[in-house]
Unconditional design. Structure first.
Length: 426
């Protein structure tokens, strides 16, 4: 990278678990709350930003360009452009990378970038049959035509199509994301016990981090009734291997191993980072917390999409002459326990590294003590548009807290992609 990209600050909302009902906040509410609190503590005014970039995988129809909606609501003014990016699970990371590209090109110097989704508010849709019937109904003119249309109506037309299930189904291979995790469990021999132990550790690490104040990036939310949401609410102290073992497989009910308990949670949340060039740092008297040293995107088989972090992080590390053991801390988004475990095993598998990555041998072993040290999406949740930004932000906080230098944040992406960023603390 030709210009340093500095991270000045960041914040996120609590991640709020979907409970089969629309959550208390729309996506724009979440992003506005976190962004306004973040901007309020900066040395520059909101209208001094060059642009606002927000990743969102599932914006509501009245917030289609949610980046612009939120920029205006945060008080950035009419002259600050706001726009929205979508790279599925990595939309928040894509927002950061889009900011990086514009800073490199000299088009921007100071950018607010992040991600958001309110998955609890994913729509229920009419089926195609119901839409066709409604089209015919609205075309009727006479009483006779209306009666004929009513005779053609079938109660089954009213069965809703669950929007989030369609969104989580790959249109190329026809598999739900959880089924792709089952593919990896089979390929790498990952047992149900392996998955449940990983999931239990995620919950335990989040609880431990919360007790020691390691989620200082969270900005509490307050709804219109005065209810305060201060913490991520999906973490459970009773998510032990024994209790998780009682859950039934969800995606392959007969032979599967992936359950709701060892998968990430459907969640609402937002995360932001302030990115700046060296010129903006000097102009505004800013104190950078770290820098994004590099980023990388990769594509792979959609049916094996969970291995995206391996395909993205490996060439990025090679470009810098680094191996897995040279990284002080890792954040790999926990879409599924099987998916993260498969990434670790793929790096240790000489055949996989040779056949899929073009390496001469196995890339190495990642020390799990350095991986998601404060837990991950299995316990925190995975608001799809926000997660890529969250892991970069929390990775930087871990590096600074521990006095470490270098970290990698990586994420798998529905559709068969992977994203990774190399972050350095200052």
């Amino acid at each position: 990278m030709s210009r340093d990209i500095f991270i000045i600050d960041g914040a996120r909302t609590p991640f709020l678990k979907s409970r089969n009902t629309p959550g208390p906040f729309a996506a724009a509410d979440l992003a506005t709350a976190a962004g306004a609190a973040l901007l309020a503590r900066q040395r520059f005014a909101p209208d001094e930003l060059d642009e606002v970039i927000l990743g969102c995988a599932s914006p509501s129809p009245d917030e289609v360009n949610i980046g612009r909606v939120v920029a205006l609501r945060m008080g950035c003014g009419q002259k600050v452009p706001g726009w929205t990016v979508m790279r599925n699970c990595a939309s928040g990371m894509q927002a950061l990378d889009s900011a990086i590209a514009n800073i490199h090109a000299g088009r921007s110097e100071l950018v607010l970038a992040g991600g958001v989704d309110a998955l609890s508010r994913a729509p229920l849709l009419f089926s195609d049959a119901m839409v066709r019937w409604l089209s015919g109904w609205y075309a009727t003119k006479s009483v006779g035509e209306k009666l004929a249309a009513l005779r053609r109506f079938r109660p089954g037309y009213l069965a809703p199509v669950i929007g989030i299930m369609k969104g989580l189904t790959d249109p190329i291979v026809g598999q739900l994301m959880g089924q792709t995790a089952e593919n990896l469990a089979h390929r790498f021999g990952i047992s149900r016990a392996d998955m449940d132990a990983f999931a239990a550790r995620s919950h335990a690490r989040v609880l431990g981090a919360r007790e020691t104040g390691h989620f200082s990036e969270i900005v509490p939310l307050i709804n219109r009734h005065g209810t305060v949401y201060a913490d991520d609410d999906g973490v459970r102290a009773d998510s032990t291997p024994g209790n998780l073992a009682k859950l039934k497989p969800f995606f392959d009910r007969k032979y599967g191993r992936v359950t709701a308990g060892n998968s990430s949670q459907i969640t609402d949340g937002a995360a932001w980072l302030v990115l700046a060039s060296a010129e903006a740092v000097e102009r505004h008297g800013l104190t950078p917390l770290g820098r994004i040293a590099d980023s990388q995107w990769a594509g792979l088989d959609p049916a094996q999409m969970g291995l995206g972090p391996v395909h993205a992080a490996t060439p990025m590390l090679q470009r810098h002459g680094l191996g897995l053991t040279d990284i002080d801390a890792w954040e790999i988004n926990e879409a599924f326990a099987a998916q993260v475990i498969a990434c670790l095993r793929a790096w240790e598998d000489a055949d996989y590294c040779r056949d899929e990555l073009g390496l001469a041998d196995a890339f190495g072993r990642l020390d799990e003590a350095k991986l998601n040290v404060d837990g991950g999406a299995i316990a925190l949740g995975h608001p799809v548009g926000a997660s890529g930004a969250r892991i970069v932000l929390h990775l930087l906080n871990v590096l600074r807290r521990q006095g470490w230098k270098r970290g990698v944040a990586s994420i798998c992406i529905g559709g068969g992609q992977g994203g990774a960023m190399l972050v350095e603390a200052l």
